[in-house]
Design a protein around this ligand. Sequence first.
Ligand code: C2O
Length: 534
Amino acid sequence: MLNHLCNDTPVIVVNGQLPGPAIEATEGDSVVVHVINKSPHGVTIHWHGVKQQLNCWADGAGMITQCPIQPNKNFTYRFNVIGQEGTLWWHAHVGFLRATVHGALIIRPRSGPGSYPFPKPDKEIPIVIGEWWDMEIVQVERRAASRIFDDWPRSPTINGKLGDLSNCSGFIEDNYVLNVEHGKTYLLRIVNAALHEQYNFKIAGHEFTVVAIDANYVKPYTTDTIVIASGETVDALLVAGAPPGRYYMIAQAMQSPEPFLQIPVLMSRGVVSYYPSKGSTDDTPIMAPEMPDQHDATTSFYFRGNLTSLLPQSVPANVDEQLFIAIDVGDICSHDGSHDNCMVTRLNNISFHLPTTTSLLQAHYNNNMSTSAISMLKEFPRCPPSSEFGYSPTSVGTAVRTVRYNTTVEIVFQNPYSSGMFSASNPMHLHGHDLFILGQGLGKFDPVKDVQAYNLVDPPVRNTALAPIYGWTAIRFVASNPGVWFLHCHMEKHVSSGMALALVVEDGPTPETTLPPPPADYRSCDGGQNNRAL
Ligand code: C2O
């Protein structure tokens, strides 16, 4: 139970902490996490961004790779972090529980922090952005399940703190405070663990040097604004070089400019405080940064467009499987958009439905996916839907796309590109793989012109690709990890209403390229009862 804003709100947290404990590992480590579920809800933990090579069983995606761990039951996750360095994170992957069940996963180089490809920081600071709801989160989830989509968090949070707000007893200050020493360098490991929004993050009077995103190094990029969508991570150096004093750090949500979406301004403040700071007392006014307009989408577009990977990448030149994915909303009642409570989100006109009686991975492994195990199994269409956007017929199903081992897959994610239609910036996350982000653009993807402009040399590498509002993004990856991998928008309301699909990567030809059997304590689903959080 946490008391914020004069309300006692029951929340599910890990080890009594919000955000949950950071897991600190060294590249190449084996990580073992014992999960003891003392909550009244089924839960799984997903290791967001961990590649889980030949280890899909430990991916922790509810009903995709395992059934939820039931109340009073345990499960042990075992995985390794080979070939990955930087900041990732972990979160619950059942319903909306990740709102408060999350934390950072930090992977340092094997040869020590001295071997970072950037100046060695004096200190490393995790900054976890979350969102605080006035309602119990399962209630938000229930309302979304009955297609009430206009609930918004009360406030974003920075490392669990709400910032300053008015409440029943007046103005309260509950700021996260980062104490810094003049001249020192801080590595901020920023995680967007929020259920929904993309945030602009600034500190008054300071600049950042971005050095990594999604645990992949980038060419150092200096900016005064960091843009981070739900699911993403950004590592940035902060030099405490300003005159000693106090400076606000602000996380403010970026929102769709569509007038029919009445979204409140979502903003939270923390404080960067110099110590010991002679001549500055608590009465010294705190400097505030100027934030981009909440409807501004260009800051995000240029931030992303300015990122390149630190080293040249070997992007496969030949594509085996090309997928064009149209992201939009549909109406499952009348197809004309006239019923408010019939709205779903969808990819290529299919609104994803999680299986309820078995996990997809278990069904795939036992070779009974297409028999009786998955009742709503659907082949994800390779071609774009004919009418492209609008209230065309929507089908509901467990959409699955199967690719052969080692296939090079290219995906273009296309958002609706004219205003007046529901459009949003959608952070599309694929489990178990890193993606080359080849390009982004506004408007309609042009298969000739836009392909010629792809960055095939040093594209940023991420596990989440943001399809910009009114635009598209293109990614490429090699499907070299046998198993079943969830691909979904990381905005919780979007994934729970259907913006997802499952990618099945078949086994390769050798034992070394074949998914091993499940771990000994992996439990089968118990036939449909109690599999969901609610
Ligand atoms: Cu961080 Cu399937 O998500």
